[in-house]
Write a protein that binds this ligand. Structure first.
Ligand code: AMP
Length: 420
């Protein structure tokens, strides 16, 4: 038997109503904030991600699905979408068409990570990016939208963590302070973190290694080295969140993995999903558009992991979504009338009803069982003496009431079902 590739999953029909519900809420919330959807290709040239995400990141250095195509070009399955969105923005000169671009996306991403609960190799994200404004209100807007989506899904056990990485100049100054501190403790660091000191020093804060953690516990914090402009930006974000009734905690060690962040970073954590607890993360990236060949324009965005959010919903039992119920099941009593049933179902479906018929030549009893399995609201009996008289019988499955209707009068059938 051929199985799905490790770290990938089938989303079966039984799971789909939850995906639909989540996607609807995502599109509703983004829509209300006037974000427009963008869809970019599943694969891009590898350089987009190595430049756009950064060589020193885990994603680029060890997680990308990179391959040579038959022309020898190096391509990569998208591991996240910010770089792709910015590429599309630059390629289509979207900044020339309007001053501010508010974009959202939803779709699959690919990273060769070690699979575990809540961590897959093909997973799905939704997210948003705003390109073209420095306004801290937009940093807050990202966090508010993410929070509102999670709240609309009924999630309660949430923690919003925010931090500021400031502008590059104050960060560079801080990096020197941090490097000095770490050099004093270099013997106690893991090999991985020693490497990170050169490549991506801030990421040492993310290390799960106990040796690193004990060193980082007393490390100087970037938040204490922010310049006035960065402090003001951060204060405005915090004020907007408070006014929006979004509870948050400042976490000075939240640096996130990507090289291009400036000012705000944030994550929303769920207490209901075990160790892979980050439901979403994002921040401001003021250098990225330029890095990818565009004008020197700022951006801010976030991405949220759908599988993890659905897991949190399941664990918190917060779901309302259910499959759509059949409105009508047509029981074909005489097999010779199958064409009639098929035509009747077709007409009623085209008028907007969810209708099912039998395609397995089942007995009447087995068809009734199927109607019950589908939880059909009504059953229509086609056949027997009634049909000989030009009638069909419509049964309300809840009340048990039955009425005879002319077998040509589909409007009457629809009316009876609609008023019930
Ligand atoms: P990131 O793009 O790494 O900031 O991730 C944003 C969100 O995507 C995370 O908070 C997770 O919810 C989700 N995510 C990232 N990587 C994975 C993965 N391998 N499997 C499932 N979800 C993921």
């Amino acid at each position: 038997m051929i199985k799905a590739v490790t770290g990938t999953r089938d989303i079966l029909p039984i799971d789909i109503p939850r995906w639909y519900q989540l996607e609807k809420i995502v599109k509703d919330v983004f829509g209300k904030f006037n974000y427009k959807e963008i869809r970019t290709p599943i694969f891009e040239v590898t350089q987009l991600f190595s430049r756009g995400i950064g060589e020193g990141t885990d994603i680029v250095s060890k997680e990308m699905y990179t391959f040579l195509d038959r022309s020898g070009d190096s391509l990569t399955l998208r591991p996240e979408l910010t770089a792709s969105v910015v590429r599309a923005f630059v390629e289509h000169s979207l900044d020339k068409k309007q001053g501010l671009n508010k974009l959202f996306y939803i779709g699959p991403m690919f990273r060769q990570e070690r699979p575990q609960a809540g961590r897959f190799r093909q997973f799905h994200q939704f997210g948003a990016e705003v390109l073209g404004s420095h306004d801290p209100l937009l940093d807050a807007e990202m966090i508010i939208m993410a929070y509102d989506i999670l709240a609309a899904l009924g999630l309660k056990n949430l923690e919003v963590k925010i931090n500021s990485l400031g502008v590059p100049s104050s960060r560079d100054e801080y990096k020197n302070v941090l490097r000095e501190y770490l050099t004093q403790h270099i013997d106690k660091l893991s090999d991985e973190s020693k490497k990170r000191m050169e490549l991506n020093i801030l990421r040492i804060f993310d290390s799960k290694d106990e040796r690193d953690k004990s060193v980082m516990k007393d490390a100087p914090l970037l938040i204490n080295y922010l310049d006035d402009e960065s402090m003001m930006h951060f204060d405005k974000v915090k004020k907007a969140l408070s006014n929006a009734n979004v509870p948050f905690n400042v976490d000075a060690s939240l640096v996130r993995g990507l090289d291009y962040y400036t000012h705000t970073t944030f994550e929303i954590i769920s207490g209901s999903v075990g160790s892979q607890s980050a439901l979403c993360g994002g921040g401001r990236y003021n250098g990225l558009v330029k890095e990818l060949g565009g004008a020197d324009l700022p951006g801010v965005g976030f991405a949220a992991g759908i599988e993890r959010i659905l897991l949190a919903c399941e664990n918190e039992n917060s779901f309302l979504a259910d499959d759509d119920k059949a409105e009508l099941y047509i029981v074909t009593i005489d097999k010779t009338l199958q064409d009639f049933s098929f035509q009747a179902a077709l007409q009623l479906r085209r008028q907007g009803l969810l209708v099912e018929i039998d395609y397995l030549s089942r007995s009447v009893k087995a068809q009734m069982r199927e109607a019950n399995r589908l939880d059909a609201k009504f059953v229509l009996f086609v056949g027997g003496d009634e049909f000989a008289k030009g009638e069909v019988v419509l049964k309300n499955m809840k009340s048990g009431e039955q009425v005879n209707i002319s077998n040509e009068n589909f409007d009457e059938i629809i009316n009876k079902i609609r008023v019930s």
